[in-house]
Design a protein around this ligand. Structure first.
Ligand code: AHR
Length: 505
């Protein structure tokens, strides 16, 4: 068996683990809102129609800030449709997903749901088919305490206190030709800067996210960021990154190495943002909002939307990917990548939360359950506290068709200086042999093991389904020992693991 040698030390800090790194995303798409978080006829629905079993799972998942209401949906969205008396709200076509939006759940209902779920709201404005004025109106409606027609309308609609939304996305994926109102980088950068300035005239304390690329594979990647930031650098705080991964044509090695792409994506966007800052002679730093990330099998039937002129269903089954053990291992490695960049990734949103490429699934009138990806997210969100620490990894390489030679093991650690709690997150990308890891933890002083979690299945394609909701779950990683300041563990092939440690003495 080969050995990977790792070193972790509290003196290798990357940056604070911000809770916003564990954000989520709820889009009006498929059965996410309707028949997902909201199903008034369900036996476990509360007085507002929200499924309490789903709320419990969302709390267990440990999501922080939640991006809403899209996604591609937002580029055709009129926010005014979603507030006021429910029986007067219009039914609208959702062109992005070829569906009908009933507006039964709107801004107020979603904020009520978030209060129950325990999350912070991140709002996206429509810069696809609408503009600066509508964005400012929504901000006024949401954040102004009172004294104007729009703020009074919020109060009349049941919310005396402002929503006080801190973080706003200036549109969604405006670089993508599929986006309603898709624009060139110059056009979008101009509009985003103008809108940001207007919004800040109303509320200078908000944080603004400008659209970056929809993926590092976009033909405009790099130039898009440079041009958009050249227009909007002084007016925004963050630039977005979106990334989805899937196994293509049985190339599991490249799929297991997906986080190499995430690392590169983040490093390149940081370099581009810093370049624009340098050219401008600015001391300001632009951070990253990685506000869509996940495994997504885009070319499967599950992602095919209706096309016929008379076919605009309400809440169709769309993007309902059923994740395997290997998907969850890759997913865990993406979380490692985000933590490895905790200095510049200020916020991240798992896309999405319920039914739609989601860690939580529901059946109408039936149960809800955890997908395989639920586990790495909930465990990382719970254990990653304090500061992220760089882990020095010496491991053999795996040859991949897409990314060349990549280390068999990747890792990151966290350390809370106040409590002395530490955590180590590991992925083993090899698919044949187990690997022994020897982690020098002597830099922490004397530590003991508190808990261990392993995500691995003898069948990498095993999944959790309505019939077998607990087929894949984490279990303790057996045989871990700490001797003379070195932690020894054996990781099976295609596995993700988390180990929690605490200081002794
Ligand atoms: O998360 C699904 C879709 O992926 C979002 O609506 C869009 O922003 C992205 O292309």
């Amino acid at each position: 068996m080969t050995t990977a040698r790792l070193t972790v030390d509290a003196r290798f800090p990357i940056g604070a683990v911000r809770r916003r790194l564990f954000g989520g995303f709820v889009e009006h798409l498929g059965r996410h809102v309707y028949d997902g978080i909201y199903e008034p006829s369900h036996p476990e629905a509360d007085e507002q129609g929200f499924r309490t079993d789903v709320l419990e799972l969302v709390r267990e998942l440990g999501v922080s800030m939640i991006r809403y209401p899209g996604g591609n949906f937002v580029s055709g969205f009129r926010w005014e449709d979603s507030v006021g008396p429910r029986d007067q709200r219009p039914r609208r076509l959702d062109l992005a997903w070829h569906s009908t939006e009933t507006n039964e759940v709107g801004l107020h209902e979603f904020v009520d749901w978030l209060d129950k779920a325990g999350g912070e709201l991140m709002l996206a404005v429509n810069l696809g088919t609408r503009g600066t004025l509508e964005a400012i109106d929504l901000l006024e409606y949401s954040n102004l305490p009172g004294g104007t027609t729009l703020s009074q309308r919020r109060i009349d609609n049941g919310r005396e206190a402002p929503f006080d939304v801190r973080v706003w996305c200036l549109g969604n994926e405006m670089d993508g030709p599929w986006q309603l109102g898709h624009r060139s980088a110059d056009d979008y950068g101009t509009l985003a800067a103008r809108t940001a300035k207007g919004m800040r005239q109303l509320d200078p304390t908000i944080e603004l996210v400008v659209c970056g690329s929809s993926g590092a594979q976009m033909p405009t990647f790099g130039e898009w960021e440079r041009i958009v930031l050249t227009h909007a650098y002084d007016d925004v705080d963050m630039i977005s990154c979106h990334a989805y991964y899937q196994e293509h044509d049985g190339d599991i090695d490249s799929f297991l190495a997906s986080s190499v792409d995430t690392d590169h994506f983040i490093d390149t966007v940081v370099a581009t943002a810093d370049h624009v800052g340098a050219v401008r002679g600015s001391s300001k730093r632009i951070d990253i909002s990685f506000d869509e990330w996940n495994v997504w099998y885009m070319d499967r039937v599950a992602s095919e939307k209706p096309t016929a002129i008379d076919d605009w269903p309400v809440a169709p089954r769309l993007l309902e990917d059923v994740y395997s053990a290997v998907d969850a291992v890759v997913f865990g490695s993406l979380l490692i990548s985000l933590l490895k960049h905790a200095d510049r990734v200020a916020s991240a949103s798992l896309a999405q939360l319920v039914n739609v490429i989601a860690p939580i699934m529901t059946e109408p009138g039936g149960p809800s359950w955890r997908q395989t990806t639920f586990y790495p997210f909930s465990i990382t969100s719970r254990l990653a506290r304090g500061e992220a620490l760089r882990v020095q990894v010496e491991a053999g390489a795996i040859d991949t068709a897409k990314y060349g030679a990549v280390p068999a093991v990747d890792a990151v650690a966290t350390h809370d200086t106040e409590t002395g709690a530490a955590a180590l997150f590991l992925v083993h990308r090899g698919r044949v042999e187990p690997i022994e890891v020897a982690v020098d933890v002597s830099g922490f002083g004397a530590v003991e093991l508190v808990e261990t979690h392993l995500l691995h299945d003898g069948d990498p394609y095993a999944r959790n389904t309505l019939e077998y909701p607990d087929r894949v779950r984490t279990r303790p990683l057996e045989g871990v020992r700490i001797e003379d300041g070195v932690l020894h563990a054996t990781l099976p092939p295609i596995s993700w693991a988390a180990l929690a440690l605490r200081r002794v003495g």
